[in-house]
Design a binder for this molecule. Sequence first.
Ligand SMILES: CC(=O)SCCNC(=O)CCNC(=O)[C@H](O)C(C)(C)COP(=O)(O)OP(=O)(O)OC[C@H]1O[C@@H](n2cnc3c(N)ncnc32)[C@H](O)[C@@H]1OP(=O)(O)O
Ligand SMILES: O=C([O-])CC(=O)C(=O)O
Length: 372
Amino acid sequence: MTATRGLEGVVATTSAVSSIIDDTLTYRGYNIDDLADYATFEEVVYLLWHGKLPNKEELSIFSRLLAENAKLPHEVLNHFKTYPIKDVHPMAALRTAVSLIGLYDPEADLMDEEANYRKAVRLQAKLPTIVTAFSRIRKGMDPIEPNENYSVAANFLYMLTGNEPTDIEVEAFNKALVLHADHELNASTFTARVCVATLSDIYSGITAAIGALKGPLHGGANEAVMKMLSDIETVENAEPYIRSKLANKEKIMGFGHRVYQQGDPRAKHLREMSEKLTKQAGDSTLYEMSVKIEEIVTSEKRLPPNVDFYSASVYHSLGIDHDLFTPIFAVSRVSGWVAHILEQYSNNRLIRPRADYIGEGKQAYIPIEQRD
Ligand SMILES: CC(=O)SCCNC(=O)CCNC(=O)[C@H](O)C(C)(C)COP(=O)(O)OP(=O)(O)OC[C@H]1O[C@@H](n2cnc3c(N)ncnc32)[C@H](O)[C@@H]1OP(=O)(O)O
Ligand SMILES: O=C([O-])CC(=O)C(=O)O
């Protein structure tokens, strides 16, 4: 048995949810470029879960279902005030809150298809409320209840600030949600599938996936990109900063990808949005800095930007706190996790690969009194 490091190139399952073929990303056969330009996030969630785009009536019923399930139990809101340490990372709070809402769901351990769908709706609906409520409560503000008449994108921005978002803000945020919704067998989705393949419940699967998304080699990279941009400060500083990192063999966050060879098709949409939003805010430094970094990393390392690179300046331009960037990824990606979890349940087999053992050979047991 020989191990493939990081399971590179290993095909671990079949899936009909999304595909990456020749650097083109599709959700259920629909090109991401079309979805990014034309679809609402609600349409995309419906597409991922049902395998087809909704008609007007289906979309209206589905959107209402999400809106009606967005509120959180008081106990979940209150638990944010009980954290033992200051500065709990919002991804840790989200991971904990998702596990906690499972305790308040009487159907948590029901495994039939209808119950799993109802739980999927509750999770999708509640994640934006969790992230925005935690963000406000940690600043000593009251959470804002979801507005049932708003889209998911508008509601998130509204619950975060209490202000009605502008059309441009909603359009940008909706596009970001659409672009992050699913991505074949990425690390967090694989985690979710491994978890539920034991026939564990959907709350466990999503909690596990949030844990995997948190790391900086995966979803956590968007916050790390923002930290890098903040450290660099000016367009002039970008080149020496990046060259010094590369000389030290350090990774540049937001670049590289296990699957894409020529580039991540989502990045161009986020780059466009970054340009538009930073210009509109009257200061395009972050965008210009990002373009400079892209030029250097692409020419020096032949590594194109991934989805996390330009999303950082997009979210910053929307006035969002930097440590909420990865939770926002989760607000979108929960739709993909759910689609994969439901697919896993529908044709389940335990996921249990082997390890190529490289440890010690046979050892004689030595009683503790005789050990050095
Ligand atoms: C939503 C997402 O998850 S998108 C990915 C988000 N993550 C990041 O942006 C973090 C930065 N990028 C990376 O760490 C990697 O490119 C990953 C994790 C995305 C993919 O990793 P892998 O396919 O395992 O590639 P791996 O880490 O083995 O790198 C291969 C080579 O490219 C180099 N490399 C890869 N990414 C980068 C980078 N961002 N900056 C500099 N060098 C890099 C590695 O140093 C390594 O070089 P070596 O062969 O000389 O040692
Ligand atoms: O597919 C991956 O490895 C990571 C990624 O881009 C994503 O999850 O969106």
